[in-house]
Write a protein that binds this ligand. Structure first.
Ligand code: GTP
Length: 328
């Protein structure tokens, strides 16, 4: 199955395993549009029995009422999200005790303030007891908004300018970043990290979702294939979501042709270039042009299926580690 796990991701995982200590806090940023598939089993072992906050970022692209970024409506949406999905999540999580869930839109200060308060609670207790340094590691898949969340936290806490580089394509942060102070007068620091993709894709549909939300670099899958999947999902929701581009259709070629003609995004000589227009449609999706919706099915059955796959993967990895040790 298609995945994207370049060397720097493997190195990051190893460096994190070596550097995260018992007192540190893990902030795992996931994409609210794929709350289930952006779980990364590779991070489960890293965060096991440590204080962890799971942040569902980009709620504005997942929940309709957060779309206009109006403060109260965005917050209500986050609350609704927690009440419905997070309950389901908590029921199925394997290590429940140490983690909390927060939904965010990285440029809505109220969402960030809630996260900041939670981090204050989690880090101050250790800091007060010993005055030792506490690190907050911001981890997650590529392009989920780790750097944006970090910048927003630092701005809300210290009114400081941006420290982490933000980019619209995945793989912008390539190294475990320098530590930056989070709270005035406290030895509490944040660490930005490169996005880590799942070493193994659990379900074929996940790869298409990662490409769609841009967690995976464009070009790993054909853009037209990804748009075909988007079209399928839009048709399930309501074909009126794309009337500005095309009349209702199940056929991706017709859709792309109509979209190219409607938008004037044509290739050389005024012909339709499927890849060009598909790439444009993907950009539109990523800005919320088709509305806000969650791509993962949150049915209990899906959760069970997913957890079974994750458990199998963990067992397979354990067996591999055992046999390597025996050989050595
Ligand atoms: N709509 C929306 N976009 C966001 C949000 N947070 C971040 N973004 C955008 O998502 C893109 C990626 O943000 P980054 O903060 O660079 O993501 P990252 O996880 O640090 O990325 P890598 O370094 O590639 O792993 C940027 O274009 C941001 O502007 C959000 O809450 N909503």
């Amino acid at each position: 199955m298609t995945t994207w796990f370049p060397g720097h991701m493997k190195t990051t995982l190893k460096r994190l395993r070596d550097s995260v200590s018992k007192n540190d806090v893990i902030v795992e940023v996931r994409d609210a549009r794929i709350p289930l598939s952006s779980r990364n089993p590779a991070l489960e072992t890293l965060a096991a029995n440590r204080k962890r906050v799971v942040v569902y970022n980009k709620c504005d692209l997942a929940f309709p009422s957060a779309g206009d970024l109006c403060k109260t409506r965005a917050l209500n949406s986050v609350r609704a999200f927690e009440e419905t999905y997070v309950e389901t999540l908590a029921r199925w999580e394997t290590i429940q005790t140490l983690r909390r869930y927060v939904g965010t839109v990285s440029n809505v200060p109220e969402c960030i303030k809630r996260l900041l308060q939670l981090l204050q609670k989690l880090t101050y207790s250790d800091h007060a007891a010993s005055n030792r340094t506490v690190k907050v590691f911001v981890v997650g898949m590529p392009n989920v908004g780790k750097s944006s969340v970090m910048n927003a936290l630092r701005h809300a806490s210290l009114h400081r300018r941006k420290v982490a580089v933000v980019g619209s394509h995945p793989g912008v942060t390539r190294n475990v970043g320098e530590v930056v102070r989070l709270f005035e007068g406290k030895n509490v620091y944040m660490v930005d990290t490169p996005g880590i993709m799942l070493p193994t894709i659990l379900q074929p549909e996940d790869a298409i979702k990662f490409a769609l939300v841009h967690a995976m670099k464009d070009g790993r899958l054909h853009n037209a294939v990804v748009v075909d999947y988007l079209l399928y999902r839009l048709n399930l929701i309501d074909p009126n979501t794309y009337t500005r581009l095309s009349s209702p259709t199940n056929d991706v070629s017709t859709f792309l042709h109509n979209a190219a003609v409607h938008t004037g995004k044509l290739g050389k000589g005024g012909t339709v270039n499927d890849d060009l227009i598909a790439s444009y449609v993907l950009q539109l999706y990523r800005t919320g042009f088709f509305g806000a919706f969650v791509l993962d099915s949150m049915e209990e059955e899906q959760w069970q299926q997913r957890l079974a796959l994750e458990k199998n993967l963990v067992r397979r990895n354990q067996r591999r580690v055992c046999s390597t040790r025996k050989k050595a």
